[in-house]
Design a protein around this ligand. Structure first.
Ligand code: MF3
Ligand code: CO
Length: 248
């Protein structure tokens, strides 16, 4: 069931998104060679709790951290730990916050220099997929408008599109209806209406579409072990149109 948000709920979700954006501003400059992913997670968690909020991924289906950090062939749900970032790593950072019961969700991918040209292109195209997806959101349009925008752009660039994981409704829980796939399948294609809050999140691979989960029960990697990128924003649909609530 799709839960449309009233103005008061929209206000709360907006505040949660603002705090999440501040979190990214704190963490982004720390993404340098030599730091461990566990240190990044510790900083993020300290910042979020210092503002009276809760990292919403922590404890979700027993997920053990506040950030998901997914490096190179890791697509999503990488668990922070002792691993140190190295030059040339492609680092995806995904975070959600629960502030007073209102949920935000965003992700970005950063390369630790020097960046291989094909990785730079992957990052650019994946960002463009998100930009085009957001531009495709129109009140009265449909969810598959988003899917078509992502899929078309990624395919034109010759990249793989992850199918097993989707964007989603957000705002009152970590994941809500509707699913927001990055390809057009047989699933539901609801109309986009004011009051919806969506997490749009293209996951794009240098190689094929296929992914698999590692034995840790979380980390999702590309089947062909090609590099993967992920960008995500939380957006609200109002009578005026689409508003991007998160930033990084
Ligand atoms: N970041 C994911 C999303 O964007 C959710 C992560 S769930 C967790 O939908 F359990 F892994 F944290
Ligand atoms: Co999400």
């Amino acid at each position: 069931m799709i839960k449309l948000k009233n103005l008061e709920q929209m206000k709360g979700i907006r505040r949660s998104c603002e705090l999440l954006s501040e979190m990214f501003a704190v963490i982004k400059p720390m993404v340098i060679a030599g730091i461990t992913t566990g240190e990044l997670d510790r900083e993020a968690r300290a910042f979020i709790s210092s503002r009276g909020a809760v990292p919403s991924f922590l404890g979700y289906y027993d997920y053990p951290a506040g950030l998901c950090i997914s490096i190179n062939e890791e697509v999503i749900h990488g668990i922070p730990g002792k691993r140190r970032l190295e030059n040339g790593d492609v680092v995806g950072i995904d975070c959600g916050i629960n502030l007073d019961g209102y949920f935000s969700d965003a992700a970005l991918t950063i390369a630790v220099p020097p960046v291989a040209p094909k990785c730079a292109r992957l990052l650019q195209v994946t960002r463009e997929c998100l930009d085009r997806a957001i531009a495709a959101v129109k009140p009265g349009g449909r969810i598959h408008d988003i899917s078509r925008a992502v899929y078309g752009h990624a395919r034109t660039a010759g990249f793989g599109v992850v199918r097993q994981y989707c964007g989603h409704g957000v705002g009152l829980a970590v994941h809500e209806d509707p699913q927001v796939p990055n390809y057009i399948g047989a699933g539901p294609n609801p109309r986009i209406v004011p009051g919806m809050v969506l997490a749009i999140e293209p996951m794009i691979n240098l190689g094929g579409d296929g992914v698999e989960e590692l034995d840790d029960g979380w980390t999702v990697v590309t089947r062909d072990r090609s590099i993967s990128a992920h960008f995500e924003h939380t957006v609200a649909i109002t009578a005026e149109g689409v508003q991007v609530l998160t930033s990084w």
